[in-house]
Design a protein around this ligand. Sequence first.
Ligand SMILES: CC(=O)N[C@H]1[C@@H](OP(=O)(O)OP(=O)(O)OC[C@H]2O[C@@H](n3ccc(=O)[nH]c3=O)[C@H](O)[C@@H]2O)O[C@H](CO)[C@@H](O)[C@@H]1O
Ligand SMILES: C=C(OP(=O)(O)O)C(=O)O
Length: 437
Amino acid sequence: MNPSSSLPDAKFSPDADSSVLQIWGGHPLRGHVKVSGAKNSALVIMAGSLLCSGDCRIRNVPLLVDVDRMSQVLSALGVRITRQGDVLDINAGEITTSKAPYELVTQLRASFFAIGAILARLGVAQMPLPGGCAIGARPVDLHVRGLQAMGAEVQIEHGICNAYVPGSRRKLQGAKIYLDSPSVGATETLMMAATLADGETMIENAAREPEVVDLANFCNAMGAKIQGAGSSQITIVGVTKLHSVDYTIIPDRIEAGTFLVAGAITRSEISMSPVCPNHLIPVIAKLQEIGLTIIEDAPDCLRILPAEIIKATDIETLPHPGFPTDMQAPFMSLLSVVEGDSLINESVFENRLRHASELNRLGADIRVKGNTAFVRGVPTLSGAPVIGTDLRASAALVLAGLAAKGLTTFQGLHHLDRGYDRIDQKLQQLGAKIQRD
Ligand SMILES: CC(=O)N[C@H]1[C@@H](OP(=O)(O)OP(=O)(O)OC[C@H]2O[C@@H](n3ccc(=O)[nH]c3=O)[C@H](O)[C@@H]2O)O[C@H](CO)[C@@H](O)[C@@H]1O
Ligand SMILES: C=C(OP(=O)(O)O)C(=O)O
């Protein structure tokens, strides 16, 4: 059965800032949960639809505040966009302005990546600096330097990145670009920009995340010529025009990983689909290393079994295929209730350990020094009011609340709703005692 097919087509809390989740922890979960489409694919593929003047049908789009906001950004650019269930229909035949709306772009990260597509289509773009999770400085210098290498003039003034391509044709030129670090967003911005550029672009030290591959597959399905996505060298041969497409987003590996941890932390047996196990290799390997059994019931379905004893371990976050930074906070919750001491080093973002102090309110024993958290496992957690500081920190607190004895009141739904498709309802269907108030 597909439990989330019976989920109401819920809209988000009218006032997610003041809404809370009440979680009565200590109850095992059971059953099957449907994994939604990947947030970070959906958002960048929506940006990628700006490259095409024909119709783009995008399937398996998760119900998220970030997707709503990205839709509003596209609408503000003059794009026609409609949603029915998990299908988005986008037509960017006419882009009526090159100026993206400040108040929306500053609320999410991926909206900025659209600068590559807008510049490729119009030869000019005014893109406010982005928002997203407050987990570090998150500059956009690699995006900017790559666009400059392709011939764009770029200036940042008054919080807006103004870019234009000089010359009568306003066409970006293919270039050889080396990224100082394998930034997901910069790889995606530049891949989109290069799709309609003159000549060949090579991105060296490119990000290898599955969402980069999904974007490349989407663009190629519209007639782009992108090779090597998923490796650290991507080659893009520019084409003059892209055509209509019907494309399905990959499952969200971070949501799936979060449910795997939900099973582990509540010592429960749950299954989930659809998933791409290949996208979850570092997460599954870590869970197996600490004593959990994960079974592949079908090529796209995983089941986690309860373990009597879960061991401590060390984690270092790294670009894909290393351990994903987006799973670091959920794992911290899990490691706070296992036997022994763990060390977690966050090496991708410089300020992504703020959940540690909130987990300590629930009785965890975590010390943070710089980018390292020392987690001393405790036998149990006890419910308390907590506040989520960002998206994955919020997921981590919900997971800890499921394991804690008594009532946890979680505040921070505006973060959670940005990136988890009706997580409270999905957990309810797994038997969690959780309620949105
Ligand atoms: C919408 C989206 O897809 N978000 C994901 C994307 O974010 P995002 O694309 O922002 O992450 P990046 O891979 O770009 O960031 C990695 C590191 O590179 C730095 N950096 C990045 C760009 C730049 O121009 N200069 C620079 O210094 C960042 O500050 C960070 O320290 O990948 C991250 C790393 O897997 C994930 O946590 C986010 O969930
Ligand atoms: C950091 C994340 O998102 P964003 O890049 O949109 O802030 C995330 O999805 O964990």
